[in-house]
Ligand binder design. Structure first.
Ligand code: ATP
Length: 352
């Protein structure tokens, strides 16, 4: 079986379960993000893949070979961690070629390879510099080049961009993703930043505070069809409304009953559900209007940040947020009467 396969992986540290029952596949050449809040087990899962922790249960297979007990140094994986740990006493080129030197690769070949890698990470001519003479982003690129020097079978990155400021971080996300696509290298990236995951990943594995995988899918699948309320709240912003499923397949939320298009498998009439509706799916009309899935209310706040506009409403005690572009901005001000419309197709019904 090509790629990486994790089978029923669990990790306990004494009484703490850090990772619970994870089974998943990372196909060859893809970039997969482990995404979740602090403490959900992302790093522990990555460290087990790297061979730095041993699973308490389960198996790890790479291209069909069981590597669960293989020591880290024999796996030939490239790793970049949050704390970069470049060697400060070595030059950029020596840092990049370090793993080749300990593998006894001849000097000429080491030089050729580090020049090639410096080209790849857009730092040609920087080989002779000291690490302290580099900016944060350049150090990051050197750490990436160093991890790629051994032509790794897997590229593992743990929050590699978290030390960078917001703008550089966004630039590096694109750069790293383009590099990964160009090399076609199977990559796992750990992050708690959903925007970073959505920018970079082919697949996202969302882990929760219960240390389980809640959902695996493409970024847009996860955004549009979250598996549960945790995922809906963690990926992007969403209006999460507690409700109850009626006999007719409609959902009652507060004092209104809404038509929806799809129900979760096994949902029974009378059961509690959570309705998830993304802000950008909710048009707001001026005044109190009646109609299917209309929620009349009042504007409590308008957040206009130039590139996007959020209208916050109080609809009969229910807080609703709608988002639009400046072009479609409804002409509404704080205190105005307004109606939020929840289109049936945009109402994602989740088990409560
Ligand atoms: P963060 O984003 O904060 O780095 P994470 O999702 O990567 O979090 P992990 O570092 O994998 O989470 O930790 C998962 C759980 O396992 C946490 O409750 C943590 O305290 C615990 N844990 C991790 N390593 C150890 C260890 N060596 N000994 C005991 N508990 C540990």
């Amino acid at each position: 079986m090509p790629g990486l396969f994790l089978e029923k992986i669990e990790k306990r540290f004494g009484g703490v379960v850090a990772v619970r029952d994870v089974t998943l596949e990372v196909p060859h050449g893809r970039l997969v993000c482990f995404l979740g809040p602090s403490g959900c087990g992302k790093t522990t899962l990555l460290r087990m893949i790297a061979g730095l922790e041993r699973p308490s249960r389960g198996r790890i297979l790479l291209d069909g070979e069981d590597i669960t007990d293989q020591p880290a140094h024999r796996r030939r994986f490239g790793m970049v961690f949050q704390s970069l740990a470049l060697f400060p006493h070595l030059t950029v080129a020596e840092n990049i070629a370090y793993s080749l030197r300990i593998r006894n690769v001849p000097a000429a070949e080491r030089r050729r390879r580090s020049e090639e890698l410096l080209e790849l990470v857009r730092l040609p001519g920087y080989g002779g510099r000291g690490v302290s003479q580099l900016s944060g982003g350049q150090r990051q690129r050197v750490a990436i080049a160093r991890a790629l020097a051994i032509e790794p079978r897997l590229f593992l990155l743990d929050e590699p961009l978290s030390a960078l400021d917001a703008k550089l971080r966004e630039e590096m996300q694109l750069e790293l993703r383009l590099l990964q696509q160009r090399l076609g290298i199977t990559t796992i990236l750990v992050t708690h930043d959903q925007r970073e995951a959505m920018t970079m990943a082919d697949w996202i594995v969302v882990m929760g505070t219960d240390n389980r995988v809640h959902q695996t899918g493409t970024p847009l699948e996860i955004y549009r069809r979250p598996a549960d309320a945790f995922v809906a709240g963690f990926i992007g912003t969403s209006n999460l409304l507690p409700g109850r499923l009626g006999e007719d397949g409609r959902v009652t939320v507060g004092r209104v009953t809404l038509r929806v298009e799809a129900l979760p498998a096994g949902a029974l009439p009378g059961c509690a559900v959570t309705l998830s509706v993304r802000p950008e799916e909710i048009p707001v009309l001026p005044g109190e209007t009646a109609g299917e899935n209309h929620l009349p209310g009042r504007v409590t706040f308008v957040r206009d940040v130039g590139s996007s506009v959020e209208i916050h409403l109080d609809c009969g005690g229910m807080a609703i947020v709608s988002a639009s572009t400046p072009k479609n901005r409804p002409a509404l001000r704080q205190g105005d009467a307004a109606t939020a419309v929840l289109p049936p197709a945009a109402c994602v019904v989740l088990a409560a």
